[in-house]
Design a protein around this ligand. Structure first.
Ligand code: SF4
Length: 281
């Protein structure tokens, strides 16, 4: 039996937006038998396979979706041109966009209506960022400090931020931008679930001997959370689930903190805690 104290982050597991989208998708699966989704709902292979059982079929392109199949818009938003195309194809649209993502769209439009150049702090090519970009004309996407260095001077600009961005990255970019833009308005659109998750990981990583972050290696967000934890506690590890746990990690440890990326199911977090609890340390 393990003598380790296990502390699970309160916000571990799916964020509100993903949880809500999965519920909507499952309900739609029951109602329609089969429903289409453009791309994966979360960057987690296990969740995607689970949803397949509920009748959710993932397509890479709108043109592949059969006309009789309703289409679900995912939690992190869908580009305006794709939404319009789905409408003009006559598809039934089920909107599972997170309300907090919609707030970012509204914020970007508000900044544009003030005559500002819209700047999005976020990852190039990320679906959420692409969808925000599609709401305004010719926005500037800045992923990191090095990119902020390369932009020319702007008279009037406004910033919105991808919901899952990290404080350190945003701080570093904004420090550069204030020297390049005369009139700068910033709307902090990092969502509350993300802020809480990051704060909790910092807390748990400093208070526990070992720190585990549960999540898929394809999730950029989970990798970043792991880096935050590692910067505070060198005994921090990213795992996909119980199978990745190595008993060696816990030698001499009295406590372990567990958190997870927004795309990790609560069930896996519990399974990880159970496996650690059963380790003979
Ligand atoms: S990370 Fe935040 S904004 Fe994005 S889907 Fe989750 S709750 Fe919504």
């Amino acid at each position: 039996m393990s003598s380790l104290t296990i502390n699970i982050a309160k916000g571990a597991g799916f964020c509100m937006g993903v949880r809500r989208a999965i519920e909507i998708a499952k309900k739609a699966g029951k109602q329609y038998g089969k429903v289409a989704m453009l791309g994966d709902i979360v960057h987690n292979e296990g969740v995607v396979r689970e949803l397949e059982k509920d009748g959710i079929v993932v397509y890479d392109d709108l043109s592949q979706i059969p006309p009789e199949m309703p289409v679900i818009l995912r939690s992190h938003g869908t580009r305006a041109d794709l939404r319009q195309r789905a409408h003009s194809m006559g598809l039934t649209i089920i909107d599972a966009t997170c309300p907090l993502v919609k707030e970012i769209h509204a914020a970007a439009k508000e900044l544009e209506s003030e005559g500002r150049k819209v700047i999005i702090i976020g990852d190039h090519g990320h679906d959420e960022v692409e969808a925000i970009a599609g709401e305004v004309t010719d926005p500037l996407i800045i992923a990191d400090e090095a990119e902020a260095d390369t932009i020319s001077k702007i008279r009037q600009a406004g910033v919105v931020i991808q919901s899952t961005q990290f404080r350190e990255n945003v701080d570093a970019i904004l420090k550069k931008l204030i020297w390049k833009i005369n009139d700068l308005r910033i709307i902090n659109t990092i969502c509350k679930p993300t802020r809480d998750r990051q704060a909790q990981i910092r807390e748990l990583a400093s208070e526990n001997d070992v720190m585990l972050i549960v999540g898929s290696f394809t999730s950029a967000n989970t990798k970043r959370l792991t880096r935050i934890a590692q910067s505070i506690n060198s005994r921090s590890y990213q795992i996909r689930g119980p199978v990745d746990i190595q008993p060696d990690w816990f030698k001499g440890a009295k406590s372990v903190g567990i958190s997870a990326g927004a795309s990790a199911p609560d069930k896996i977090v519990r399974e990880v805690a159970d496996k650690i609890g059963a380790l003979a340390i």
